[in-house]
Ligand binder design. Structure first.
Ligand code: NDP
Length: 601
């Protein structure tokens, strides 16, 4: 690594050159193709280590609403439908219980990165007070079960079940749902909330199949091997183990400090350092919470947080954390300039200054907290903060002060290969007993490939055909030609929202409103007209486009590993006014009762 260091007076040209130099080291021709799918390549490693699969007879009944996914999306939609008086709701999930991402990700130290007050859905409805500003995974998983129990969603749920087919039966006007457990049942409505990051991936390293020791992906943590528990009991079986963790993204940042505590030796293989700012977690005080938790509090908190990432100048910051700090710095910079001078160039320059200052602070943080100078340097991130997922943690950097924990900095080149005995990087073979892949999840792959089915709508048209290279929806929620079907995700709606569950609750409100309208009027089907879908797409295209497509950034899943977005990714758009503008639009749309753009029969 070149020895350029930047002290408070930032030389912008030198910094830009340094960022470009670091990015270029990491560019690879194979981009996203460098990864392999855990499930396809290593079926045994993809199996559920948490709950046994229960034998059951295939299901062949009819339900009012079938929802693919039992994570936050399905739970929110299920809860809202139950609240609206619809009992026949079935959630289907490949995990053995509700939770989605929180079912699978039980790695030690897992916790939410967005404040619990806004991240954990339906807190007001369930009366749950989060125990910490950033709750840990067991509490979040428990909360998922709480929602499932309180709203009676366990009754019809199917777990350890993967949907393999969804097809609209025009004559019967129902969806036919098929699964890998031999189920074939029908539903008047279907929803899909399969999550953006649920297909675990591994680096496609030569020799990966030859390793003779233990290995697993972080989303399939093997506590039988490591000892300890997701609740925090120490991993006592690692005391005589040499452990490698490959990857230094948001997952590794959370689990490295826990593994470091007990492993005889921990080697952390780093290709690109994460930016790791302060977390400042703290317990939530019951008296404080009682004062805050007045009717409507959670929506107000969510809207306040989301407003920090929109167009305005919010005067209040209820969450007050590293995320809102990013936005407050940009706004403070903007306020220094009279609105008449807000040219795009000026704004970009201001954003760059604010970002440079923030990243300098984060780099200084590594220097301050990490005792070994060379390791501290190697842990510094040389890119703009939003090029990669910003991380926040109060123990990650300090973990490298333990004599047993070593950073294997590969200077952008990554691990080269895996051998029978261990991990090779920089031409050196490191012998280990266990390899933990903190290598993330597929993003930007095709919807039908990630979900494992391609919904077939009216006239036998597949969703992949309807979209072709242009995703098209009304509000990111409904598609022309797919009657009574709902997607629950953020693209073409509140896209790029920092607090994803806010969007899920909002979509659940919309779905419940549409179903209530239909059932109240005895209607059979609804779908957006082709014109309404086109009009919405045209409107989305008036915006700034996909902000995450920046190829000046270091490679990562935000920019398709440095390749930029493909033609079809250009339609990964959001409301031009930002997420809050979308929520205001959709709230007015659903409460008007007119449901403009939808056709009903
Ligand atoms: P990421 O995709 O962010 O990280 C994968 C890591 O593996 C990267 O550091 C990557 O390096 C590294 N890697 C890949 N191949 C190699 C190789 N050959 N050699 C060395 N390193 C390699 O996955 P995560 O699971 O960390 O996070 C995924 C997303 O999940 C996050 O961005 C976040 O959205 C979400 N998440 C949320 C959390 C929360 O809210 N609490 C917690 C954890 C995750 P490189 O950067 O160079 O590509």
């Amino acid at each position: 690594m070149s020895a350029v260091t930047f002290k408070p007076e930032i030389d912008k040209d030198a910094l830009r050159a340094k960022y470009a130099e670091e990015r270029d080291k990491r560019l690879r021709n194979d981009a996203s193709e460098q990864y392999i799918r855990l499930e396809s390549e290593f079926e045994d490693l993809a199996a559920d280590p948490y709950l046994p699969v229960q034998e059951r007879a295939p299901v062949t009944d009819h339900v009012t609403f079938a929802f693919v996914g039992g994570g936050f999306a399905g739970l929110c939609v299920g809860a809202r439908l139950k609240q609206a008086g619809f009992d026949s709701v079935r959630l289907i999930d490949k995990g053995g219980d509700f939770g989605g991402t929180w079912y699978w990700n039980r790695y030690p130290g897992a916790q939410c990165d967005t404040a619990s007050m806004i991240y954990m859905p339906l807190l007001e409805e369930t009366g749950h007070m989060p125990s910490e500003k950033y709750a840990h995974a067991p509490e979040i998983r428990e909360h998922c079960a709480r929602i499932g129990t309180q709203f009676g969603l366990y009754e019809h749920a199917l777990f350890h079940t993967q949907v393999t087919g969804l097809e609209w039966d025009q004559d019967a006007q129902v969806w036919v749902v098929e699964t890998n457990r031999g189920d074939r049942f029908t539903a008047k409505y279907v929803g899909m909330g399969t999550g953006p990051l649920h297909v675990a991936k591994l680096p496609g390293l030569p020799g990966i199949e030859t390793f003779a020791g233990k290995s697993f992906h972080t989303s399939r943590w093997d506590y039988a091997y490591t000892g300890g528990t997701p609740e925090g009991a120490p991993m006592d079986k690692l005391v005589d183990k040499r452990v490698a963790i490959i990857g230094t993204g948001a997952t590794a940042v959370q689990c490295v400090p826990k593994v470091a505590r007990t492993a005889q030796e921990l080697l952390v293989f780093q290709r690109t350092p994460s930016s790791v700012d302060a977390r400042n977690n703290e317990p939530i005080d019951a008296d404080w919470f009682a004062d805050v938790a007045v009717e409507g509090w959670q929506k107000a908190w969510q809207e306040n947080f989301t407003s920090h990432f929109g167009m305005g100048f919010p005067t209040e910051d209820l969450v007050n954390d590293g995320w809102t700090d990013i936005s407050k710095r940009l706004r403070a910079a903007l306020k220094e300039v009279p609105p008449a001078e807000w040219t795009p160039e000026k704004m970009l320059a201001l954003f760059e200054d604010a970002d440079n200052a923030k990243m300098e602070e984060i780099r200084r943080r590594a220097e301050t907290l990490v005792e070994d100078e060379a390791t501290a340097q190697d842990l510094q991130a040389w890119y703009r903060q939003l090029c990669k997922r910003p991380c926040f943690h109060d123990e990650y950097l300090q973990a490298f002060n333990r004599p047993s924990t070593k950073l294997i900095h590969t200077d952008g080149q990554g691990v080269e290969r895996i051998t029978e005995k261990g991990v090779v990087a920089g031409g050196v073979e490191y012998e280990v007993d266990c390899i933990i892949y903190a290598s993330g999840f597929e993003v930007w792959t095709d919807f039908e490939s990630r979900t494992g089915f391609d919904p077939v709508g009216r006239d036998g048209q597949k969703l992949s055909e309807h979209w072709g290279t242009e995703m098209r929806t009304l509000h990111g929620l409904q598609m022309h030609g797919f009657p009574n079907a709902f997607l629950v995700q953020a693209t073409q709606g509140a896209a790029f929202i920092a607090n994803y569950p806010h969007n899920l609750v909002d979509h659940a409100d919309t779905i419940a409103a549409i179903v209530t309208h239909m059932e109240g009027k005895g209607l059979s089907t609804t779908e957006p007209s082709a014109e309404a879908e086109q009009k919405w797409l045209d409107f989305l295209l008036t915006g700034r486009g996909n902000a995450l497509s920046n190829t000046e950034c270091t490679p990562g899943y935000y920019n398709n590993e440095g390749k930029g977005l493909r033609e079809r990714d250009k339609y990964n758009l959001g409301h031009p006014g930002g997420a809050l503008a979308f929520f205001h639009h959709i709230a007015a749309w659903r409460s008007s009762g007119a449901f403009e753009g939808l056709e009903f029969e």
